[in-house]
Design a protein around this ligand. Structure first.
Ligand code: FES
Length: 107
């Protein structure tokens, strides 16, 4: 099963097995990864699932769609090139090893 590595602001890492098709947010919530809340359940209305995708994975993960892009603009304190909402990243085999940083204000 592919893995996602979640990195907290203090550098602590947690690798989680994520089923193909499951979201980066859902896997974090299910496995108790601190800092990813997923308050709206993946309905693109809370941004409590914001993560920074590491540079080497940005191309593979792809760009946010319009609604996600708008929410990132409105609701995220520090938007970076790798900013994505974890609920909108569905796991694939190709994303095995995907590494995301959890922003400090959420951790
Ligand atoms: S869980 Fe609410 S926007 Fe992702």
């Amino acid at each position: 099963m592919p893995k996602v590595v979640y990195v907290r602001p203090d550098g602590t890492q947690r690798a989680v097995d994520v089923a193909v098709g499951q979201s980066v947010m859902r896997a974090a919530v299910t496995n108790g990864v601190p800092g990813i809340v997923g308050e709206c359940g993946g309905n693109l209305s809370c941004a409590t699932c914001h993560v920074w995708v590491r540079d080497e994975f940005v191309a593979a993960v792809g760009e946010p769609r319009d609604l996600e892009d708008d929410l990132l603009d409105l609701a995220v304190d520090e938007r970076r090139a790798g900013s994505r909402l974890g609920c909108q990243i569905a796991m694939t085999e190709d994303l095995d090893g995907l590494t995301v940083d959890i922003p400090p204000q959420e951790a």
